[in-house]
Structure formats: C-alpha cells, structure tokens
Design a protein around this ligand. Sequence first.
Ligand code: AMP
Ligand code: MG
Length: 316
Amino acid sequence: MKRILAAVGCVCVLLMSGCGDSPRSRQTVALDTSCAVTIYDGEDALLDECMAHLRAREALWSKTVATSDIATLNKSGTAVVDDDTAALLIAAKSFSETTDGAFDITTASLVTLWDNAEKEGVIPDKEAIAAALACVGGDNMIVDGNAVTLLDGAEVDLGGIAKGAIADELAAMLKDGGCESALIDLGGNIVALGDKHGEPFHIGIADPQNSDKLALTIAVSDKAVVTSGSYERGYDIDGTHYSHIIDPQTGYPVKNDLLSVTIVCPSATTADALSTACFVKGYKGAKALLSHYPEAEAVFILSDSTIETTKGIDVV
Ligand code: AMP
Ligand code: MG
C-alpha cells in the first residue's frame, strides 16, 4: 500500500469544476498501483469497460500473476503469448535499441534482486549483482510471431512500459466509445484525452523531495504525461536512498543528477519507456536521447532542485 500511495503522489491531476457534463470517475488497484479514470462526457458504461480492461491486462501482463503471459514466459524461458503481449514485447525491444539499452525489460532479474534487498534491508553482494547482470540484454529476448524465447536465463518485467501502454489502450477505448474528454491516471501514467470544457487539463508534477507538494503545474490537451523518479517507489537501506529504476549497465539502482523526469508526448507507451530511459541516462544523456523524439517534451527536476523544461512545456 505504501508503494501505491507513493506512486499516486508523483503526478497530481488537478480536477476543477466547470460547466457542461459533470465528471464521473472509477478507481481501482491494478498492476500494483492505484488507477483512476475520469470522463467528462460519454456513457458511464465506458468506465466499467475501462475497469474490466485493467483487470484483463493485469491477468496477462503482471509478473506476479502466476498464469500471466509474463510469469509463464519467465518460468519456462519460452511461451506462446497473446498477440498484444507479443506486440508490447516488440515495442519494448525496440525502445531498448533506441535508448542504447537504458530502457531494457530484461533487467527483471536485477529488479527482483533489488526488490528483495528492499524487503530484507540488505544490499545484494557483488557476485549476485554480476550474476543477474549477465542475464540482461535486449538481444536475450527473441519474439517470433507469438512465440517468445528468453536466452541466457533472462527474465522480463513490463513495469517500465505496461502502464503507459494500457493508458493508451484505455484512451482509444474511450474515444471509440464516443468520449472526447477524459483523464486516465495509472499510478502517475496520465493521459489527458481531449481538453476539459475547452480548456487544457492542469497536471501537477510533485516535488521529488516532498511529494505532498507540487514542483510545478503544466497545461496539456490530448497528451500523455508520465513521470519517472527516485522518490516514488524508492527505499532507504542504511541511510542511503535507492531508486526502483536500475541502470542496466551497472546493475545498481540509478543515482545521478536527476530526481525526476516527466515526458509529455502523444503516446503514453513512448512517454513511459522514455521517462524510465531518461532517468537512467541523467540530464545530459536524456537531452541527447530526446533529440531523436521531436514529439516529446520534458520536465527535469535536478538533484540541486532546479527545474528545466523543454520549449513546448506550458507551465501554468
Ligand atoms: P517507471 O516507473 O516507468 O520508470 O518504471 C520502473 C519499473 O520498471 C521498475 O519498477 C521495474 O519494474 C522496471 N525497471 C527498472 N529499471 C528498468 C530499466 N532500466 N528498464 C526497463 N524497466 C525497468
Ligand atoms: Mg516507465
């Protein structure tokens, strides 16, 4: 539950009253995070469809649901997966290539190692990190149609991309169902569908050093807003703070000049993968990476508390 509350704290959606249809919301916990969908027009039945879709995606993509595609694949090293799982694995592999491995779903074995460290309060020894690191690499996952094979003992973890992908799916479902104005928030992976009564949505980005406070508020319409940072879902061992995001090159939790990165772009899948990758790369590397994604804008909160935004960010 601590994780869930922390994740919600990273991005705050500012719901303000206005004219027209009154907003209707549904909330649930899925994929280990708090999920909320608010619609400003359209039928209430759309909200039920969204909740059902979240449950179905959890059943397919959660690594902790024993019968999911991901758990089956990790257990056996090979599996025939659903079409949508195969498509997401291919997208993830492609992000691994375009981010020079900063985003890599085969960090799963390291993620598990450091998750255990968090639970036990003891950092892993160097040999265990080296062994887990040896399983990491985008090339260790082969997707051939629906058949997926993992090499060298690799495992996969969709935690860095699934919520963005599902947020995109929910936005498409709402749009197809006739809804033109909605906010989807899957643990801080936000999609602002359309605008709100003709005005942009206001999205608050939390202060990484005090998640009860906002560092800034931005205005967006028809965009995804996704944040990665060391404060949400991070933990302390022996007085040192560790991030839940792992540097696939070192095998250690990321520690650099960034406290958080928020990506604003049309696709939540892209925003999710890029925010994780940018956080791994640090400020300079992230700027270089984003030069290849002209559709993506960013807010960086640096460890000296300064805030840098790219040109297209509309600060309120
Ligand atoms: P996010 O909050 O989107 O930045 O994703 C972080 C989650 O993705 C972690 O909780 C892990 O499940 C997983 N993860 C950690 N490090 C990486 C990485 N370098 N690349 C891809 N996924 C990662
Ligand atoms: Mg991510």
